[in-house]
Design a protein around this ligand. Structure first.
Ligand code: 13P
Ligand code: SF4
Length: 347
């Protein structure tokens, strides 16, 4: 039962001591967050992985985050993902071969005027692609600064793989929707033609299946039921939802906003269920609900559970490294260039 698993995990952690570091993304289950040495959004977790000296990093998040941790740590440090099925459907929407073909078509049309940026929610191969072509990674916390900088360097950018984060952020920076177009990697063409030569932002046709489920219709229903409702959503939500919301922001910004909100206020939050539920349990002086009647779990994040977590730790105690995530050297070096341009300086 859960109590026993919790105790077993505690005992294993105790034995591993300083050799173990456990980053936990805010979307993880409470039973896992209870063990996190650092909980945070994807930017914070990338930074804490870059700093830890632990031998084993048991990464409680999804596959692309564990890859990032492997890229940012030394060869001796081992990164472990408690359940190999914890992927990210958005990251899977940008395949490296599709990306290379898109790049060939786009550079043929627009010449050397495009800089690629990728949301960290992407495979190491896509990060490496961006590193090779002068580009960088971004997260939801710094997408605005990164897009602004990228457009000072090149006339236009290719933003992978989340069209919504790209569109919402570029729009906030004053780029009109007419200067953005969606590249469809399946049909290998723009979603709608003709596309003007003035185009500034080329959006990859990817999305998050969790954040795409929030709708303006349901937001209006909630607003009708709660006169003083304030709505805050993650920028992975569609453009219409972000425009209709009162605020939008990264996971960290959502948490900070709710923490600072006055007692007695009412909020609907458009992001992953575990985080919304945790905020509701933490800030009981405020009314907090999900912006989706069915809550919205990220199924792959939720695959990391106490059973898988305990198993990894107990195997480590026995000297066995299970579910190690490794990125090959060539990919890691190029991906690191893209990550460093985000974490340190765009140089
Ligand atoms: P952030 O942690 O960057 O806000 O991203 C949200 C997310 O969807 C992680 O997979
Ligand atoms: Fe991927 Fe969306 Fe889940 Fe984040 S919430 S891991 S973007 S599927």
């Amino acid at each position: 039962d859960e109590k026993t698993l919790h105790e077993r995990a505690c005992a294993a952690r105790e034995k591993l001591g300083e050799r173990l570091f456990i980053p936990g993304h805010h979307y993880q289950r409470d039973e896992i967050i209870a063990f996190a040495d650092a909980s945070g959004d994807s930017l914070q977790l990338a930074q804490s992985s870059a700093q830890t000296r632990a031998d084993y990093i048991v990464f409680c998040g999804v596959h692309f985050m564990a890859e990032t941790a492997d890229i940012l740590t030394t060869d001796e440090q081992k990164v472990i993902l408690p359940d190999m099925r914890a992927g990210c459907s958005m990251a899977d929407m940008a395949d490296i071969n599709q990306t290379e073909r898109a790049w060939a078509a786009l550079t043929e049309r627009f010449g050397d005027t495009i800089l690629p940026l990728t949301y960290v929610n992407s495979t190491a191969a896509i990060k490496a692609f961006c590193g090779r072509h002068g580009g960088a990674t971004v997260t939801s916390s710094n997408a605005s600064e990164m897009i602004k900088e990228a457009l000072e360097r090149k006339e236009r950018l290719l933003f992978l793989p989340d069209q919504h984060l790209g569109r919402n952020t570029a729009y906030d920076l004053g780029i009109p929707l007419e200067q953005m177009a969606v590249w469809d990697p399946i049909f290998e063409r723009f979603e709608t033609e003709p596309v003007s030569d003035d185009i500034k932002v080329i959006l990859w046709k990817g999305h998050c299946s969790v954040h795409e489920k929030f709708t303006v219709d349901y937001m209006e229903k909630l607003r009708a039921e709660h006169a003083d409702l304030q709505v805050i959503v993650h920028p992975e939500c569609s453009w219409g939802v972000v425009q209709a919301a009162d605020r939008d922001g990264s996971t960290k910004k959502i948490i900070d906003t709710i923490a600072a909100a006055p007692s007695g206020t009412t909020w609907a939050i458009g992001t992953e269920m575990n985080l919304v539920q945790r905020l509701a349990n933490t800030y009981t002086d405020k009314t907090i609900m999900s912006l989706n009647p069915n809550m919205c779990p990220c199924l792959t994040m939720n695959r990391i559970d106490l059973a898988h977590f305990t198993w990894c730790l107990e195997e480590l105690v026995e000297g066995r490294v299970v579910n190690q995530i490794t990125v090959d050297e060539k990919t890691a070096v190029e991906a690191r260039t893209a990550l460093d341009r985000m974490l340190y300086a765009f140089a």
